[in-house]
Design a protein around this ligand. Structure first.
Ligand SMILES: [Zn+2]
Length: 443
């Protein structure tokens, strides 16, 4: 469903302009704004959800933490419309299997979160929320030149190609008389998409990193011939090596949107640095290390009025920047989204036998430095045994030796006991599945 009504467009544009104009000159100003929004959210929205009714009036910090499984268990109590999971889950599941991207229930858009960690989540948004989301997303991610193009009716529509596992009404909200929004289903063959892209070259290309990488390869080989002016990674961790390949091919920086089922969490500024979307989402930091470099976000999303996202814990690991960004934006700058908590591997320290974390970032760097270069890899930790699968055009035995050396070196650096590596044949990934290179099954 695209935007039909004149009023819908007006509402979207209103959100867009407000989001574009709202800038804070210092951190204190942003924090004051957040405090006001938080208070408003508790008094106007949260109070309507039965799960929170007996705590209303208490300070924000007294409200309970929430996560995906608790949210699914208390589904009815966590939304302001008293909608039961049993009512909407079958509709969302049926839509997913029939690839119908328009699941709705009484005007609410339904969606399933991908649940790569094994837990399935249903999200629920009203039309008002969709319009607000679309306005904010466009305002935060599009450079000025595209904004002008959208606003000038005599210019061509802004063309956006969006690669996703499943489309949603949420994304189709972007389609309008000024935006040509094309959805590319990740479950279909990439070759078909390449033909289509050549026919309708996008100005803005949005896709998970693994797809951007495949498109860069096709462009280099001459099969694809597009010249996007903005490239945005979504839904996957953008590794430095992969970013470099894409950037070299398309001669521009790869931007990022960090959009989870739970909300629009971060975006890159004009300088290419990731900022948390703190104007609309209050983010508490659950620190993972003593140096306070890495944290898991606990989010409160003021823009969500149907499903309450309050002190909601995410599994993702974010790393803060050492320096504030000099673009002038006071929203927290993060260096990277490193992955999810089940991408942290654990090994015992040699002396104390105490388990120590190996963050996904260091393991990825370690694999990036393998010589000759790997085309693909994944590692699964099962205790002290690590299952390693690799794909390379070079001599596999030399690659294996290089991996052994790099991991030995990594363990020695951290004073950890080295795991036993078992090498397996490379299995092609399942179509449409999120690329997951690191999985810690147990430790
Ligand atoms: Zn910045």
């Amino acid at each position: 469903m695209s935007l039909h009504s004149f009023w819908d467009k007006l509402i979207l544009i209103g959100h867009f302009i407000r989001a574009r104009r709202r800038r804070f000159t210092n951190r204190q100003q942003l924090e004051n704004w957040q405090q006001k929004k938080r208070q408003n959210y508790l008094q106007r929205q949260v109070i309507k959800a039965s799960h929170y009714q007996n705590i209303s009036g208490k300070p924000f910090a007294d409200y309970p933490l929430m996560d995906k499984s608790q949210m699914m268990e208390n589904f009815t109590g966590c939304n302001t419309e008293n909608i039961a999971l049993d009512t909407v889950l079958p509709i969302a599941l049926a839509a997913e299997s029939s690839r119908d991207f328009n699941p709705q229930w009484r005007g609410f858009t339904l969606g399933l979160s991908s649940g790569t960690s094994g837990k399935r989540g249903v999200f629920l948004v009203s039309k008002q929320e969709r319009l607000r989301w679309a306005g904010i997303l466009l305002a935060k991610t599009l450079p000025n030149q595209f904004l002008w193009q959208i606003l000038k009716p005599w210019q061509p529509k802004l063309s956006i190609a969006f690669f996703l596992r499943a489309n949603s009404n949420l994304y189709n909200t972007l389609n309008s008389s000024r935006i040509d929004f094309r959805f590319y289903d990740l479950l279909q063959l990439l070759d078909q998409h390449i033909l289509h892209l050549n026919q309708f070259p996008p100005q803005v290309l949005v896709a998970p990193a693994s797809i951007l990488q495949a498109l860069a390869k096709a462009q280099k080989a001459g099969a694809l011939n597009i010249h996007p002016q903005r490239i945005i990674n979504v839904a996957e961790v953008l590794e430095a090596g992969v970013a470099r390949q894409i950037e070299q091919t398309f001669a521009q920086k790869v931007h990022q949107i960090y959009q989870a089922t739970e909300g629009f969490l971060a975006y890159t500024c004009e300088q290419g640095n990731l900022h948390l979307n703190e104007t609309y989402i209050h983010i508490e930091k659950n620190w993972l290390d003593a140096e306070q470099k890495r944290f898991q976000p606990i989010i409160t999303d003021f823009t969500r009025s149907t499903q309450i996202i309050l002190r909601y814990q995410l599994n993702d690991i974010l790393r803060v920047a050492d320096q504030p960004c000099n673009c002038g934006n006071v929203e927290t700058c993060i260096v990277a989204i490193e992955g999810r908590s089940d991408e942290i591997f654990w090994l015992p320290e040699k002396n104390s036998q105490e388990l120590k974390p190996i963050y996904p970032d260091s393991l990825r760097r370690c694999m990036m430095l393998v010589e000759p270069e790997l085309m693909e890899y994944n590692i699964i930790q099962r205790g002290l045994n690590w299952q390693v699968s690799i794909k390379s055009q070079a001599d596999i035995e030399i690659c294996k030796q290089s991996i052994e050396n790099n991991i030995t070196h990594l363990c020695e650096n951290f004073g950890l006991i080295k795991p036993q590596l078992t090498f397996n044949d490379w299995q092609p990934e399942i179509k449409g599945a999120k690329r997951r290179r690191l999985v810690c099954e147990n430790y």
